[in-house]
Write a protein that binds this ligand. Structure first.
Ligand code: ADP
Length: 402
């Protein structure tokens, strides 16, 4: 069974084509600068060179068509025709309260995703462009939506409600939803497999530390809390996002710095976080080298980030009444021994410690805690595309008996 996985952002499309017999990636690609000058498709058939195709890509529909053309191209394609694609899996950022799991897309589901766009105006519309383009170009092929929020729909009310008048939750759906759900779910499943146990018997704290960063408490297979909220702005200090701040700062800044709602939103999402603290970069690699050269604000940004992560770990241990494993994933979590060490330093009271030799390894699925640690520490490279492809396969098998 061949599955096309599509992840549409506002000006980008990421895709993968997978053969689910053996879960093999046949090709992957990235289209950038949709609707802008200099748009380009980078297409990589597995094991071969990357082909750069520059073209005018005015919208997502043209982008999807180009991806399909690349996949079926005589020279660098990996299938003979589009008909070989059995199903399409779409990443959808926001599923609101309606979508608690992945679903086969129907008109009713499309309306539901459109309704969630009100809560996620930046994310859901491009996801919808991608879905509609694929439905047009492959009208006989089943399409499945996999939501970033779905895995966290098991959070109890105590974790997802804000201290706002309850009517605001009822009227506008103002509550915490959480994001990166496919990633948290995937790494937890992998960790359970590595431990030779079932997720339903284990308590995990999963740390997805990339440019966007979130942590989840996964108790006996279910997400019971996570650090992102109504939007991805809540929680940890991130690359360019402030994370949690006193909400009173918002009207203060709007008045003092003369900002309107759009400007403050941009300020908190794109100019804050470790970029804002360091005044240098949103990339931890830059901060690590600057800190090594003695740059104090870069050191401060690193220290604040690690401190916040550690505080969340402590909070989630309390929320779950213990923990069996802590998992690191995403760009920073997978690749920075320095940050992992900094975060875990001082967690010995939990019954865990990092093995410094094992921690030197990068980008590989592995256990990095010392032997006999009561609480294990894992590094697990995330694979959201694979979760989307697996969900798509399962739904197609179950519902339409493909
Ligand atoms: P996103 O998908 O949210 O854009 P990623 O998961 O790709 O982000 O993570 C990007 C972040 O990972 C970058 O900010 C970078 O700081 C960090 N990162 C990647 N590789 C390394 C590394 N070798 N050392 C330290 N940080 C790294």
């Amino acid at each position: 069974m061949i599955i096309f996985v599509v992840n549409c952002g506002s000006s980008s499309i990421k895709y993968q084509l997978l053969n689910m017999n053996g879960e093999q990636v046949l090709a992957k690609g990235l289209i950038e600068r949709i609707g802008m000058e200099g748009s380009v498709l980078k297409h990589t058939p597995t094991g071969k060179y990357t082909v750069d195709i520059s073209a005018e890509i005015p919208d997502h529909s043209v982008g999807i068509q180009m991806a399909l053309d690349a996949l079926t191209n005589e020279e660098y394609g990996v299938i003979d025709s589009m008909d070989e694609i059995d199903a399409v899996g779409h990443r959808v950022v926001h599923g609101g309260e309606r979508f608690t799991d992945s679903v086969l897309i129907s008109d009713d589901v499309l309306n539901g995703i459109e309704a969630c766009a009100e809560i996620a105006p930046l994310h859901n519309p491009p996801n919808l462009y991608g879905i509609k383009a694929c439905m047009r170009l492959m009208y006989n092929t089943p399409q499945v939506a996999v939501f970033d929020t779905a895995f966290h729909q098991t959070m109890p009310k105590v974790a997802y409600l804000y201290g706002l008048p309850y009517e605001m939750y009822v009227k506008y759906g103002l509550r915490r939803y959480g994001f990166h759900g496919t990633s948290h779910k995937y790494v937890a499943q992998q960790a359970a497999e590595m431990m030779g146990e079932h997720m339903s018997d284990l308590r995990f704290i999963t740390c997805h530390l990339g440019n966007g960063a979130s942590i989840a408490a996964i108790k006996y297979g279910k997400s019971i809390d996570t650090s992102m909220g109504y939007t991805p702005l809540e929680g940890l200090v991130m690359g360019t996002r402030s994370g949690e701040i006193d909400p009173a700062i918002i009207p203060f800044l709007m008045e003092k710095e003369n900002m309107n709602a759009q400007q403050i939103d941009d300020y908190l999402n794109r100019r804050s976080g470790i970029l804002g603290i360091s005044g240098l970069s949103s990339d931890f690699r830059d901060l690590e080298s600057a800190a090594n050269r003695g740059d104090e604000r870069s050191q401060l940004a690193i220290d604040i980030f690690a401190y916040k992560v550690k505080k969340y770990i402590g909070g989630y241990v309390a929320a779950m009444g213990g923990v069996d494993a802590i998992i690191f994933t995403a760009g920073l979590g997978e690749n920075s021994p320095f940050m992992r060490d900094k975060i875990c330093n001082g967690l010995e009271y939990l019954g865990t410690r990092i093995d410094p030799e094992l921690n030197k390894l990068r980008g590989k699925q592995m256990e990095i805690s010392i032997k006999r640690a009561r609480v294990k520490i894992f590094v697990i490279p995330t694979n959201e595309e694979l979760v989307i492809a697996r969900d798509t396969l399962n739904i197609c098998r179950r519902i339409i008996k493909l």
